[in-house]
Design a protein around this ligand. Structure first.
Ligand code: FES
Length: 257
């Protein structure tokens, strides 16, 4: 198969632009990232700068491969990451447009690579528990309902790829933040910091410049792990309760004083 790859090229501090490259004799079973590898080999042999893009596991697990393919975060197909796109998904002779995620909170580092450390900072602000990890407790000492467990695991499926941000017209990170708040808040181990977690992570998300949710649900559609927007509703509830409790505490301490 032959393709034209129209790729966003951008060096640090310089405005970017789309540049076209021809790739030929590509097997239908080749992945999109392997096609980029082949293009990079050619560019390197010609003494040109290879295309910068992120990847790690290439198995749909880590969330590192964040591409907008033909205008869609993670490209064609549902419930899949950029590394799991194979060239058979495209038609022979097609021009494929590859761009980085577009969001002010995820600035372009180079070509197709964006800086996603804002997500790390959201996690650092409250995405943890204080229960210590060992020795392993007796499994029945902390019973967890089947439904809560399943729901928590559904939220924990989030791989932090940021497709939700790229797909949202508001550049909102609420699906990511809600998934992280949800998977801990549904388990007994996550209860001690539940209020604080909701307050701190939502505040950090706002501080990092992500937009708010206005129910487009594009995030859910683009999510390679099928994380549901119902977790956003759950997060909003947790956040409202946490703010009310904080206000009650503040008033209580004023009364005492
Ligand atoms: S490289 Fe890990 S999910 Fe794509």
């Amino acid at each position: 198969m032959n393709f034209t790859l129209s790729i966003w090229r951008q060096s640090p501090g310089v405005p970017g632009k789309m540049v076209e490259y021809k790739v030929s004799d590509i097997s239908a079973e080749t992945s999109l990232l392997e096609t980029l590898d082949m293009l990079n080999e050619e560019l390197t042999l010609k003494g040109e700068e290879p295309v910068a893009f992120d990847s790690d596991c290439r198995e749909g697990i880590c969330g590192a491969c964040s591409l907008v393919v033909d205008g869609r975060a993670h490209g064609p197909g549902k419930l899949t990451t950029s590394c799991q796109i194979f060239m058979r998904s495209f038609t022979d002779g097609q021009t494929i447009h590859l761009e980085p995620y577009r969001s002010a909170a995820l600035p372009v580092v180079k070509d197709l690579v964006v800086d996603r450390t804002a997500f790390d900072r959201i996690i650092q602000s409250g995405g943890f528990i204080s229960a210590h990890s060992g020795p392993k407790p007796e499994p029945n000492s902390m019973p967890i309902g089947y439904d809560e467990l399943e729901e928590s695991m559904d939220a924990a499926a989030c791989i932090g790829c940021a497709a939700c941000v790229a797909a949202c017209p508001n550049g909102s990170a609420m699906l990511f933040t809600a998934a992280k708040i949800g998977h801990l808040g549904l388990l007994p181990q996550g209860q001690p910091e539940r209020d604080q977690r909701a307050r701190e992570m939502v505040a950090k998300m706002d501080e990092e410049g992500f937009g708010a949710c206005t129910n487009y649900a594009e995030c859910q559609d683009a999510c390679p792990k099928g994380v549901s927007i119902k977790f956003i509703g759950r997060m909003n509830k947790d956040f409202a309760k946490a703010m009310l409790c904080a206000e009650d505490d503040r008033r209580g301490s004023m009364d005492v004083n």
